[in-house]
Design a protein around this ligand. Structure first.
Ligand code: MN3
Length: 208
């Protein structure tokens, strides 16, 4: 039984960057629905019992029934992606990366501002619903990318790159406050990223 990440902050805690009603709806309705639908689909696939969500998403191709594979892709992706998204947002925490994560950002992207520019371009350029990602492989190499729908880097390259930061650019993530101005939401997103949490995830993936 997969459970939603428990929020460590109030729905209002990310104001004015991400508004209370969006947080209530996004976490309480959208994320809850992905979680419930994932559990419903997993219940029909006994071979998935006890597997981690990461394991399931890396091995989507092993699910034979096409409808159930799609259900797991969409809802398992939604479950995993939102658990990451809500975990790396916080009212406190570091406003910028430091240490080994910053060093690798400098190496791979030419600095923190350049990384933000790259991720913003990916987020703003993703046609329709999807996500922009910062992901790390086991050696600590970073990669920025975007995916449609609820896909994520785990579903590509045998899961070589593990997401450590995700920007949700589905309209439900911003439309109540920002309407059609996705770029304004993406700018605000970076105001509430907790880089301590991103660094902890980088360490867990890369050992650095
Ligand atoms: Mn969402």
């Amino acid at each position: 039984m997969f459970e939603q990440l428990k929020l460590t902050y109030d729905f209002s805690a990310l104001e004015p960057h991400i508004d209370t009603l969006t947080m209530e709806t996004h976490y309480g309705k959208h994320h809850a629905a992905y979680t419930n639908n994932l559990n419903g689909a997993v219940a029909k696939l006994p071979e998935l019992a006890g597997k981690s969500i990461e394991d399931i998403l890396v091995n989507l191709g092993a699910i034979q029934d096409p409808a159930l594979q799609t259900a797991i892709r969409n809802n398992g992706g939604g479950y995993y992606n939102h658990n990451l998204y809500f975990a790396i947002l916080a009212p406190g925490g570091s406003k910028a990366p430091s240490g080994s994560l910053l060093e690798q950002i400098n190496t791979d992207f030419g600095g923190f501002d350049a990384l933000k520019d790259k991720l913003s371009a990916l987020a703003n350029g993703q046609f329709g619903s999807g996500w922009a990602w910062l992901a790390s492989d086991a050696e600590g190499n970073l990669r920025a990318s975007s995916t449609p729908n609820q896909d994520n880097p785990l579903m590509q390259d045998g899961g070589k790159f593990i997401p450590i930061l995700g920007i949700d650019v589905w309209e439900h993530a911003y439309y109540l406050k920002y309407k059609n101005l996705r770029g304004e939401y993406v700018k605000s997103f970076f105001e509430v990223v907790n880089w301590d949490e991103v660094a902890a995830r980088y360490r867990a993936v890369s050992g650095r």
